[in-house]
Ligand binder design. Structure first.
Ligand code: SAM
Length: 342
């Protein structure tokens, strides 16, 4: 009870503004690192509110930079915040925040793509996968070049319940280029429907919760930004290994404007492409002339289930790569041409 009261009353003491911190520590954004900062604390408060109720929560912030979102998280009655920042220039400013919030902020100089967050928080935070999500949240405004590979890595981790998901169905609230946010959340039939839509939505409930105009950042990026909230599903819509789902989805979207049978066909060696594609579509009960963006998650589930059965029956099939076959065919015909010329 006393601890709850303590959490509810925490306030950061008066601090220099983020703009002053940037001046004080000479934190000019490095364009080549796509650093774009948020200086308006009303906006960072809004971003943090979109993560949900953080009272008593453990939070992992990726890429805190000069600390705008960090301050808003610290003001949200959390239990503890861990930040991982790659650029050493930001560490003194973050240390100032840590001094202002004793015992609440842990700073790690590291790379979010390799940092082992599964060991960073107390064991008693863990919840069973079927339970409500743990009181552990991930929040971040990263460069776009990092946020997309990171979300793919973390979706794979959701499927294996590892990394940040050893604690249970950890919620994530992350920024992306607005177009990427639209792809992540695109529904069946929408123009933005893509590989990312399926990979995210078969594992998580995904919501585009806020659009942040480019002008809100210093320096202003070329594009607007979308904030996306992810909650892992108790039961993924597709019950197959991540790599298998990724392979099927990639192939479907390989010819995104053509009928889906074109891309799916490339899952099979040329000499039996027609027959195997026909069997896959028939057993999965999918109309061959649907376009990739018209396929629902249920369609992808049946395609993955049938493809899995075909791979179980033919152990070479999963390793088949149509690009390799194309390359080999080309080099064979070049050799044949050269032999004729001799
Ligand atoms: N979160 C701050 C804000 O909203 O103002 C900074 C945003 S800036 C777009 C991205 C931050 O992520 C920078 O501070 C950058 O140094 C950091 N960053 C970039 N790549 C990183 C990585 N791989 N690991 C950790 N931090 C990274």
């Amino acid at each position: 009870m006393a601890a709850a009261r303590k959490l509810n009353t925490f306030r950061l003491p008066p601090l220099p503004t983020i703009r002053e911190i940037i001046k004080l520590f000479r934190l000019q954004a490095q364009k080549q690192l796509s650093q774009n900062f948020l200086l308006d604390l009303r906006l960072t408060d809004k971003i943090v509110r979109k993560a949900g109720n953080l009272t008593g929560a453990y939070v992992y912030e990726v890429g805190p930079g000069p600390g705008g979102i960090t301050r808003s998280i610290l003001s949200a009655n959390i239990a503890e915040l861990l930040v991982v920042e790659k650029d050493t220039r930001f560490l003194p400013g973050l240390q100032m925040l840590s001094d202002a919030a004793p015992g609440k902020l842990r700073i790690v100089h590291g790379d979010v793509l390799t940092y082992r967050v599964d060991r960073a928080f107390p064991e008693n935070l863990k919840r069973a996968w079927e339970d409500d999500p743990p009181n552990f949240h991930i929040i971040g405004n990263l460069p776009f070049s990092v946020s997309t590979p990171l979300i793919i890595k973390w979706l794979r981790a959701v499927s294996r319940q590892e990394g940040p998901f050893v604690y249970g169905r950890t919620q994530m609230t992350l920024t992306f280029q607005k177009e990427v946010a639209e792809r992540l959340t695109a529904s069946t039939g929408s123009k933005q429907r893509s590989r990312l839509s399926i990979m995210a939505q078969y594992l998580c409930s995904v919501q585009h919760v806020l659009t942040i105009p480019g002008q809100a950042f210093i320096p202003k990026p070329e594009v607007d930004v979308g904030l996306v909230h992810f909650v892992p599903l108790v039961r993924p819509t597709i019950q197959q290994p991540f790599d298998l789902v990724e392979k099927v989805v990639q192939h479907v979207f390989h010819f995104r404007r053509k009928y889906c049978y074109r891309g799916l066909g490339m899952l099979f060696p040329e000499d039996r492409r027609l027959e195997s594609t026909g069997r896959l579509l028939q057993l999965a009960d999918v109309e061959p002339t649907l376009r990739p963006c018209q396929l629902s998650l249920a369609h992808f589930r049946s395609l993955c289930d049938v493809y899995r059965g075909m791979c179980d029956g033919d152990p070479q099939l999963f390793a088949y790569n149509f690009r390799e076959e194309l390359k080999q065919n080309k080099s064979r015909s070049r050799e044949a041409r050269e032999a004729q010329e001799l």
